[in-house]
Design a protein around this ligand. Sequence first.
Ligand code: HPA
Length: 271
Amino acid sequence: MLKKIEEAADFLKSVFGVKAAIGIVLGTGLGNLAKEIEAEKEIPYSEIPNFPISTVEGHSGKLIYGKLNGVQVLAMQGRFHFYEGYDMKTVTFAIRVMHKIGITHLLLSNAAGGMNPAFKIGELMIINDHINLFPEHPLRGKNYEELGPRFPDMSEAYDADLRKLAFDIVAEHQIPHVSEGVYVGTQGPTFETPAEYRFFRVIGGDAVGMSTVPEVIVARHAGMKCFAISIITDLGVEGQVEKVSHEEVQRAAAKSEPMMTLIFKELVKRI
Ligand code: HPA
């Protein structure tokens, strides 16, 4: 694994000459932020050594290197999900590579179902913590001290300073419908039954989705600071559970994306 990470990192350094400290991972229906990046280079995952290829609709699968609001960033358009069939080492491979090329801060977005009864569709939830319910752990197996400690601390998986900065931005720009909460990471690909939404609420979740948790675990293992936002695309609130489809998730995500984009654009300037 170390060799594979190094090969991919060396390749990216040779094409990008990477100077970015900020990595961005764009979630389902949230690729539009990429249009705000003044791209210097774009590279499809298929051209990067050892990179997996993203299969899900709504993810085009490339790395974008360029400036967001004048700040050098490296963005992943399209991520790897456990439900696609990848093991967790593969799901999180790109995060290892980002760390290897010098990324210190990771910003992530996702679409999620809301269990908190105060939430409305289209709301943004700044993730302040997570519950990992994936059936495979990305750090399971031999630990390489070069990559991080055997037993990583997770007391502040989502960096408190970055969250504070984001709420400053929300206040300054009077961005409506932004809250914070706990993200439950689950394997999918089914959306939840009403009983599962209820269960996730009871155990302390505000929103549920099928990504982000593996990437954040690996990023924290490597010592990177993480910030993540969920767009609430459907509700798993008791009495309000309706049918949900991938298309609806994408539509709802796209509608709220400009607000999320504004937070990311301002945040990169303040990191
Ligand atoms: N559950 C899981 N993942 C999701 C949901 C949901 O309700 N909405 C968007 N992604």
